[in-house]
Design a protein around this ligand. Structure first.
Ligand code: G3H
Ligand code: 13P
Ligand code: ZN
Length: 339
């Protein structure tokens, strides 16, 4: 994060009412479900995620990327997240909420978030070689654990865009490396690469098949790698980035209302459900929320060309995002009712 969270005093996440991911992941592992980690960078996204998790009574990880912090300003976001706890409790909900840094790029970024109320951080040094990834991850873990903050790291590289890092193709996680990595870093969870990627085009059209409705169907994820990782790290929390399914309904609405999303293809929800019943305890979902909001905004504005009150299109966008979150918690993650 180039924008570090500057303030004179530090604040611990427990003072804000957040929890780290330890207990969430333990329960998810034992219960055969995964926790939704939803990104936000504005008020309506945060409200949509929270309302969806309150309604479906699901634990939640609120994620902030470096891009989100640069866009909305870390001070705003931190205080919005603080308000999230107060809002959720005012609704009579006791769901556990973690505040997580998504794709932290340096030790300094992670430290800044830890010092400013995050309960969990990801250090993404996966584009470095194995030894350097271990060195940076270990440094973050040693600092984070002093404050009981949990740390996620990554082995393998996802294709697509991870903030400023663009990878042309994925490098699958090598199961031979996972035990040594976890042992030497003492990390709390591990993101692995098994074929998912970030964004709305997760697979090239030539990797997919077209179903009877003309919709592109994705190839199978590398369940063999996931199973081997699980065998080598029994009970250890695994994270899946790029877990959006790029729901065709929203692509259609976007395209019917003036938008164009080229080669939209996401993960199969059936396959995602299968990973959620395995060692995968956390699924990162951002694109599906963005697409639902965009679909709502485009539809309202196309149908009401004279509308210029943001509440008239951001309100429906927030509502559609909430519906996506409920759907994910209920039908994909299995976290509904586990709050
Ligand atoms: O992994 C990336 C997340 O979808 C966040 O994306 O960097 O555009 O905020 P962003
Ligand atoms: P999607 O682009 O599939 O939503 O993935 C988001 C993600 O992994 C954030 O870290
Ligand atoms: Zn990611």
């Amino acid at each position: 994060m180039t924008t570090t969270m500057q303030q004179n005093t530090t604040i611990h996440y427990s003072e804000l009412g957040f929890v780290n991911t330890t207990d969430m992941f333990k329960k998810a592992n034992e219960g055969g479900y995964a926790i939704g980690a939803f990104n936000f960078s504005n008020l309506e996204q945060l409200q949509g995620v929270l309302n969806g998790c309150i309604e479906s009574n699901a634990p939640v990880i609120l994620q902030l990327s470096k891009g989100a912090c640069n866009y909305a300003d870390p001070i705003f976001l931190r205080n919005m997240a603080r308000g999230a706890i107060e809002y959720v409790r005012s609704q009579g909900s006791q769901i556990p909420i973690a505040l997580h840094l998504d794709h932290g790029d340096t030790f300094e970024t992670c430290k800044s978030c830890i010092d400013n109320g995050f309960s969990s951080v990801m250090i993404d040094a996966s584009h470095y070689d194995f030894e350097e990834n271990i060195r940076i991850t270990k440094e973050v873990v040693e600092y984070a654990h002093k404050f009981n903050v949990t740390v996620e790291a990554e082995l393998g590289v996802l294709a697509g865009i991870e903030d400023d890092v663009v990878a042309a193709k994925s490098v699958y996680t090598n199961p031979d490396e996972v035990e040594e990595f976890v042992k030497r870093t003492n990390v709390d969870s591990l993101a692995i690469s098994i074929g998912t990627s970030h964004g709305a085009t997760k697979f090239k059209p030539e990797q997919c098949t077209r179903n009877a409705d003309g919709v592109l169907e994705p190839p199978e994820l590398r369940f063999d790698i996931l199973e081997e990782v699980e065998r080598r790290l029994p009970g250890f929390p695994i994270v899946l980035h790029g877990s959006s399914s790029v729901i065709p309904k929203y692509i259609t609405i976007i395209e019917e209302n003036g938008g164009r999303i080229e080669n939209a293809v996401g993960c199969s929800e059936v396959q995602l459900r299968r990973t959620a019943t395995s060692a995968v305890c956390k699924m990162n979902i951002d694109s599906d929320c963005r697409l639902a909001m965009t679909a709502a905004v485009r539809k309202v504005l196309k149908e009401n060309p004279g509308e210029f009150d943001p509440r008239k299109f951001m309100g429906p966008a927030r509502e559609w995002l909430k519906e996506v979150v409920i759907h994910k918690n209920t039908n994909v993650l299995g976290s509904a009712g586990k709050g």
